[in-house]
Design a protein around this ligand. Structure first.
Ligand code: DGY
Length: 322
């Protein structure tokens, strides 16, 4: 590796080892502020930045940056203005594939936990309120036989579909490119159905979001969409918070417009919209879709390989620039 790599937050050891073995690595003492990151990128001291999804590389930063690449420790890369990076010759790379199954597990977990009121039930037991079996204690919604609607049909959505079918759910999806040909669907062929966004919203018992955050998907789920959902439906979000208008969601959950929500991501992460944390019909997780030890180690390896390649002046194994 001929260049110097700045690591804004240390990666799990397999990634750090790859970076150290390849050449010069500087690890920031603490996660940099926006101004500190901009200064570091403009300093000429670093060729590549190993970045977290909380490190923002916007047009303003990229305008003064002298870096060659950004290796994002995430599959999502909405923290980087990729068109601006591309215009300025900055390569951007991500960590696809390795977190698919773990994130799909978490989507399924949110479906089950939210429908079966797992958080409330746990709190109930811990508070010493469990006094024995009761016919109507903590009743929830059914998962088996329910209709799952997947907004987006990439890797994670498809892995979620596989799990949902195993639970006896029916699965519909929307996708930007239209219906996916059966030949590409493998074992899902004939078992999932492409529908319009309107039908997906209207007919789903669980609406699960699997689209990237872009200008087109910001607030894709707004007050009107929530009103169009069944009053018994649940919203599941393991993608990115700003896809949902969180203020509208709090209102919808409070007023019974929908039955509940399972969220791993938030519009102004790590802040929650006012009132969200007080709602009992929610399962709230701290952005842990990919948080298994093996997955984070594999993400760290991919991220490090991307960084090492870019520092050596090569195209990374997983570029996101066109
Ligand atoms: C990603 O990779 O985009 C997740 O949000 C964090 O693993």
């Amino acid at each position: 590796m001929s260049g110097t790599v700045l690591v804004t937050t240390p990666l799990p050891e397999p990634g750090m080892r790859l970076l150290r073995d390849a050449g010069e690595v500087v690890v920031a003492e603490r996660a940099p502020s926006a101004a500190e990151l901009r200064e570091a990128c403009a300093s000429g001291r670093y060729d590549v930045v190993v970045a977290q999804l909380t490190d923002v590389f916007d047009e303003q930063l990229l305008a003064t940056a002298s870096i060659r690449g950004v290796a994002n420790y995430a599959v999502g890369h909405d923290n980087v203005d990729v068109p601006a990076a591309t215009r300025r010759g900055v390569l951007v790379a991500n960590t696809p594939g390795v977190l698919t199954e773990a994130t799909a597990d978490l989507a399924m977990l949110l479906i089950l936990a939210t429908a079966r009121r797992c958080v409330e039930a746990d709190a109930f037991v811990r508070a010493g309120r469990f006094r024995g079996w009761q016919p109507e204690l903590l009743l929830g919604g059914d998962v088996t036989g329910a209709a799952l609607g997947l907004a987006g049909f990439g890797r994670i959505a498809r892995a979620t579909a596989t799990r949902a079918l195993g639970f006896g759910m029916t699965v519909r999806y929307t996708a930007r490119g239209g219906p996916v040909p059966d030949a590409e669907l493998g074992p899902l062929a004939g078992r999932v159905r492409y529908v319009s966004w309107e039908e997906l919203v209207r007919e789903s018992d669980f609406l699960s979001l699997h689209v990237p955050l872009t200008d087109d998907t910001r607030h894709l789920v707004d007050a009107a969409v929530l009103r169009a959902m069944k009053p018994t439906a649940y919203l599941i979000n393991t993608a990115r918070g700003p896809i949902v208008d969180e203020k509208a969601l709090v209102g919808a959950l409070r007023d019974g417009v929908i039955a509940g929500a399972g969220l791993d991501v938030y519009e102004l992460e790590p802040q929650l919209a006012e009132g969200l944390a007080q709602l009992p019909n929610t399962t709230l997780l701290p952005h842990v879709g990919s948080a298994t030890r093996p997955v984070r180690a594999r993400m760290a390896e991919l991220c490090a390989r991307n960084a090492v390649a870019m520092a050596a002046g090569q195209r990374p194994p997983h570029p996101v620039n066109p």
